[in-house]
Design a protein around this ligand. Structure first.
Ligand code: IPM
Ligand code: MN
Length: 372
């Protein structure tokens, strides 16, 4: 298969983790005889520095004319600490999501057997956790009308949803639940918010078309608590934009590091794949950023094009790297010489020579491996 991939590596650790994903995609291309062509484009703070715009027209144009987007991360402390900044890196990502119509953000969360002791939660609580979060991505309070009064003392952000916006992601979430454990939880705040009551009504109606899927509802405050108390009770979680943003960051600690969580943002025409972590400026250039979230996002990209065997091989390679502790310091306290790039090398090598793994990777940490 030939795929043109727009690569928007962005700010902070974005470029270094995306580099690893390209390495891994190249190994897949080589092994399975695919052609992946990368078109690099600017986004975020680096785009502001170079063009004054966090999402230059050229970038949008490249994204609109390629098969998929591989995104790194955006953000820079100089904007985080300046609430008066009119142009911000995040605007680039939000405009990109809106312009490409990427209304469904899918964030898988799982507890890896080999990392159970890395989680801040108890092993017996997180064991067996496997959640797929469906976060609405182009509506709600993120995109509603914003106001700041003339005197600067009053501000508002409108949370608005239409039936149509709820329906289209609900169908995707029900289909996903149907192919998994057949349980869907709608997370909302229907005891307080009118928009949440619309979500409940519309999702309940759609649920009638998926009688095999058990639908239940949870207020977001309770969901935040349940995520820590008993995360393995969840299968598919469906929720609006802001709740999904918060709940998915919370869920990310279950696996032991936010550096493991991938995501896919899907619309009717376009698709974008990105790690859920941010730009982690303190780690930039130090070789300590975990590339797994980006690499697993690349696997989701392949899955999107029905290259399931390829995607599975990436996931197996990731599992192997975790088992052998070829991991960055966020999840590896035993070996301190494993850099971002070494993790990428290992995963790419495993993809090309999985059969050599058991022979050659045993002594990896004492430098005797023939692979890295
Ligand atoms: C995310 C991020 C973004 C969001 C920011 C960078 C705008 O936190 O993808 O979760 O809030 O959606
Ligand atoms: Mn977020």
């Amino acid at each position: 298969m030939k795929l043109e991939i727009a690569v928007l590596s962005g700010d902070g650790i974005g470029p270094e983790v995306t580099e690893q994903s390209k390495k891994v995609l190249d190994a897949i291309a080589h092994k399975f005889d695919h052609t992946f062509i990368y078109k690099e484009a600017l986004v975020g703070a680096i785009a502001i520095d170079k063009t004054g715009n966090p999402l230059p027209d050229e970038t949008l144009d490249i994204c609109g004319n390629t098969d998929a987007v591989l995104f790194g991360s955006i953000g820079h402390p100089k904007y985080d600490n300046d609430p008066s900044a009119k142009i911000r890196p995040e605007q680039g990502l939000l405009k990109l999501r809106k312009s490409l119509g990427l209304y469904a953000n899918i964030r898988p969360v799982k507890a890896y057997e080999t990392l159970l002791d890395k989680s801040p939660l108890k092993k017996e609580i997180i064991e067996g956790t496997d959640i797929s979060i469906y976060r609405e991505l182009t509506g709600g309070i993120y995109f509603g009308e914003k106001n700041l009064s003339k005197d600067g003392n009053t501000a508002s952000d409108l949370c608005e949803y239409s039936k149509h916006e709820i329906e289209r992601i609900a169908h995707l979430a029900f289909k996903a639940a149907h192919s998994r454990s057949k349980k869907l939880t709608l997370v909302d705040k229907a005891n307080v918010l009118e928009s949440s009551r619309l979500w409940r009504k519309v999702v309940t109606e759609i649920g009638e078309k998926y009688p095999e899927v058990a639908l239940d509802f949870l207020f977001v405050d309770n969901a935040a608590m349940q995520m820590i108390l008993n995360p393995s009770q969840f299968d598919v979680i469906l929720t609006e934009n802001m709740f999904g943003d918060i709940i998915s960051d919370e869920a990310s600690v279950i696996g032991g590091s936010i550096g493991l969580l991938a995501s896919a943002s899907i619309g009717d025409k376009f698709a974008l794949f990105e790690p859920i972590h941010g730009s982690y400026p303190q780690a930039t250039g130090k070789g300590i950023a975990n590339p797994i979230a980006s690499i697993l996002s690349a696997a989701m990209l392949l899955e999107h094009f029905e290259l399931s065997e390829e995607a599975e091989l990436i996931r197996n390679a990731v599992d192997k790297s975790l088992k052998l502790k070829i991991s960055t310091p966020d999840i590896n306290t035993e070996y301190d010489n494993v850099t971002t790039s070494k993790v990428g090398d290992f995963i790419a090598d495993y993809i090309e020579y999985p059969e050599d793994t058991n022979i050659n990777f045993q002594n990896i940490h004492i430098g005797q491996s023939t692979i890295i």
